[in-house]
Ligand binder design. Structure first.
Ligand code: DX5
Ligand code: ZN
Length: 214
């Protein structure tokens, strides 16, 4: 599959409705929503009230990436705010299996996120419970960072793990994705690419989304 999930972290927060309408009219598949708590990552983005407003305008599923400690505490809140897909960090959950089940119990697709230093083999006993796995290709916290090249290896390792344990599981990649590395990522086995700066800082965001899907 070749899906694109533009990250609203790079949108113009003063013109969110305008930018969401642009995405509605584009070929993108999901809207990537980055929630940061200033503890798990060194930055604070936004919480449920903003997600609620995003949901009011969005015509595509909200792909909510929780960069917060102990995200199990907020599964119900972000479901209520409008999340359709929820991903939580391996590094932020003590009881990851319980959190993934809670996300499913709230009727959402569930995924685990790995930071760049976290090994794919650690998913061995959780991947069968996941609808998707998100590999961070930058250290989370900020848009516009440089893509980490080792991500290609991790995508290939994860593809092999999914083929063995859960062939339906989607592989998403987030951070520094652009028109140059997108074909290589899809080639390595990625299904969903998140793109913030590559979309919103381009001269023609809709065209860039179209090109990312090729
Ligand atoms: C980073 C966020 C990303 C970010 C991607 O912590 O998880 O989703 O918005 O932005 P780019 O594509 O600009 O690296
Ligand atoms: Zn993200």
């Amino acid at each position: 599959m070749k899906l694109v999930s533009p990250s609203l972290l790079s949108a113009d927060f003063g013109n969110l409705q305008r930018d969401i309408e642009m995405l509605n009219a584009s070929e993108c598949d999901w809207l990537h929503v980055d929630v940061m708590d200033g503890i798990f990552v060194p930055n604070i983005s936004f919480g449920q009230p903003i997600v609620k407003h995003i949901k009011r305008h969005a015509q595509k599923p909200l792909d909510v990436h929780l960069m917060i400690m102990d995200p199990g505490r907020y599964v119900a809140d972000f479901k209520e705010a409008g999340a359709d897909i929820m991903t939580v960090h391996y590094e932020a959950c003590t009881h990851l299996d319980r959190t993934i089940h809670a996300i499913h119990d709230h009727g959402m697709k569930a995924g685990v996120v790995l930071n760049p230093h976290t090994a794919v083999c650690l998913l061995e006993d959780i991947v069968q419970e996941c609808d998707l796995v998100l590999l961070m290709s930058v250290n989370p916290g900020f848009g516009g960072q440089k893509f980490i090249e080792n991500t290609y290896n991790k995508v290939r390792q994860l593809r092999a793990l999914c083929d063995r344990k859960n062939p339906q599981c989607l592989i998403e990649v987030d951070g520094g994705v652009n028109l140059q590395n997108a074909p290589l990522l899809y080639g390595a086995g990625a299904d969903v690419l998140v793109a913030g700066n590559a979309v919103f800082k381009s001269a023609d965001p809709k065209q860039t989304i179209h090109d990312l899907k090729q």
